[in-house]
Design a protein around this ligand. Structure first.
Ligand code: ZN
Length: 240
């Protein structure tokens, strides 16, 4: 016992401060699954089987918006069910090259304006996209709404932050794994919209995620509207 104590004192003295501190802090903060989580089973997901050739190992978390203006009269569950059904009907209703069959939702998670997080495609499989980039490795997280024309709600952004922190923790990924559709499919899309992309460009999103990873509650302050950017929150947009 004494011998062990002496050894640990010796090590603590000898080790560089950063390594000694890391050893003291272990085990790392456990990041819980975020609240307001709705499993695929709970919202009634009905995926078709996905071929084994599309299995992947998650390496990145990539953020999207729906790109469709959200109005307060809409129902998130109906929106998701319609998207899943549309994916399966693409061969019949879409023109090439968009007429590929999507057996399940293109995204792994979808976040409603009220902050609910809906589980989509299984994380075991790569996502889908109408743009060209190497899909394997990407976890797709979509926020409902169109952030070229409306602003995300604080609850929606907080759920995105908590979800991304949980995913980084689960898959042992670093903050650098966080990206957006626009960044990975350069020149092909403005997704996730300028009023959400801004928090990636200024590093704010990563700071919020980092706070959650450190066991703190992030203070989500969306800041003022961008110059020439949308001013209305997604929770305020009425059907015209
Ligand atoms: Zn996208």
């Amino acid at each position: 016992m004494i011998r062990q104590l002496a050894l640990s004192v010796l090590l603590a003295t000898w080790l560089p401060a950063s390594i000694a501190a890391a050893a003291d802090d272990a085990p790392a903060v456990k990041v819980p699954r975020p609240p307001h989580f709705v499993s695929a089973k709970d919202w009634g997901s009905q995926p078709d089987p996905i071929p084994d050739a599309r299995r992947h190992t998650p390496k990145y978390v990539t953020l999207h918006h729906a790109g469709v203006l959200w109005t307060v009269d809409r129902d998130p569950i109906e929106f998701i069910r319609n998207m899943q059904a549309w994916g399966k009907r693409r061969p019949e209703i879409e023109q090439p090259p968009r007429n590929t069959f999507w057996p399940d939702l293109p995204y792994h998670f979808l976040i409603a304006p009220d902050g609910r997080i809906f589980e989509g495609r299984s994380l075991d499989y790569e996502p889908e996209s109408n743009t060209k980039y190497e899909l394997a490795g990407h976890i797709g997280v979509e926020l409902m709404g169109n952030f070229e024309e409306q602003r995300p709600s604080p609850q929606q952004v907080e759920s995105a932050v908590r979800l991304v922190a949980w995913l980084l923790h689960q898959h042992e990924l670093k903050l650098g794994a966080i990206s957006t559709h626009k960044a990975v499919a350069k020149g092909q899309t403005s997704c996730p919209g300028r009023d959400f992309q801004r928090y990636f460009d200024d590093g704010q999103f990563a700071k919020w995620v980092d706070a959650v990873l450190a066991g703190k509650a992030p203070t989500i302050d969306l800041g003022p509207p961008l110059d020439d950017g949308p001013t209305e929150l997604i929770t305020e947009t009425k059907r015209k």
